[in-house]
Ligand binder design. Structure first.
Ligand code: AMP
Length: 264
């Protein structure tokens, strides 16, 4: 619809579609498939993974700001209102937390993240919840907003004294730390952990709490550097580097468009 509308409004302007899933096409079958009968995979019921434009940008930036780890095994945490993580090996995506839709994986501002599909069957079957209501619940009323009953904004929750706000933040931190370890397994190691997007770039408190939960992996955060939102925020003894790198999906799109439209 978007392509048709744009073509009608600007008939002579070339259009370039940049898919947020394309970067993840390098992943293996076991990362892309669900354990459903094979025909569903063939029909396209797959873990597509999202935030690909952000991860592509970060992979490129890593080669500039941390060339020693850019060729290695890296987990990138894109923590914004939408949140996901991606495991990179040699700058290519090998695993991601998001799946067929943008609901899966980490809890987000208003989305649940991973949830047992049995809960959805229960709500539909036993509670007779209308489909649209279920969709709104999963996309718009859950995550930080649903758990806190207060806000989807991490700043508001970090400043709030209520136990529900504290539990919502702890849920987020806990799930993030678990997914780092899971993705490191998918990558076969961990040379660096990169934080990006709204929360990842600006919240030293959340970064610090996630990294401290990963102390058993040998990760150690430099509190002063973390407090300054420096690029390198791990200590010298940390077994993997921890970095904070601002993402720029728009720039990634602009570069892809300019590459595509190059004369010749
Ligand atoms: P994004 O979708 O990447 O723009 O990120 C939006 C999220 O980043 C919101 O949940 C904001 O609350 C959060 N955010 C932005 N700045 C800060 C900050 N200084 N501390 C904590 N969270 C922040």
């Amino acid at each position: 619809q978007g392509i048709k509308a744009a073509r009608a409004a600007f008939p002579n302007v070339p259009q370039v579609a940049c898919f947020d899933t394309a970067f993840h096409r390098t992943r293996s079958f076991v990362e892309e498939a669900y354990a459903l009968p094979r025909r569903f995979f063939d029909e396209g019921i797959r873990r597509f993974g999202f935030h690909g434009l952000s991860y592509q940008f970060i992979a490129k930036q890593l080669a500039v700001v941390a060339p020693d780890v850019a060729k290695g095994k890296v987990v990138v945490a894109h923590l914004g209102s939408g949140a996901s993580m991606c495991a990179l090996n040699g700058g290519r995506s090998v695993a991601s937390t998001m799946g067929f839709s943008t609901i899966d994986g980490l809890p987000m501002g208003t989305r649940t993240g991973a949830i047992d599909p049995g809960v959805l069957l229960h709500l539909l079957d036993q509670k007779h919840m209308p489909l649209k209501e279920l969709e709104t619940l999963l996309y718009k009323e859950s995550g930080l907003k649903g758990l806190s009953g207060l806000s989807n904004d991490m700043r508001t929750l970090l400043a709030d004294e209520s136990s529900a706000a504290k539990e919502a933040v702890e849920y987020f931190v806990h799930r993030c730390a678990r997914e780092v370890a899971s993705l490191a397994t998918a990558a076969g190691g961990l040379d660096a952990l990169v934080f990006t997007a709204g929360i990842g770039e600006r919240s030293s408190a959340i970064r610090g709490r996630i990294v401290r939960k990963l102390a058993w992996l040998g990760l150690a955060i430099d509190d002063a550097a973390n407090g300054r939102n420096s690029t390198l925020i791990s200590t010298r003894v940390s077994r993997a580097k921890v970095l904070c790198i601002p993402t720029n999906e728009e720039r990634c799109i602009a570069e892809a468009v300019s590459e595509r439209l190059k004369p010749g």
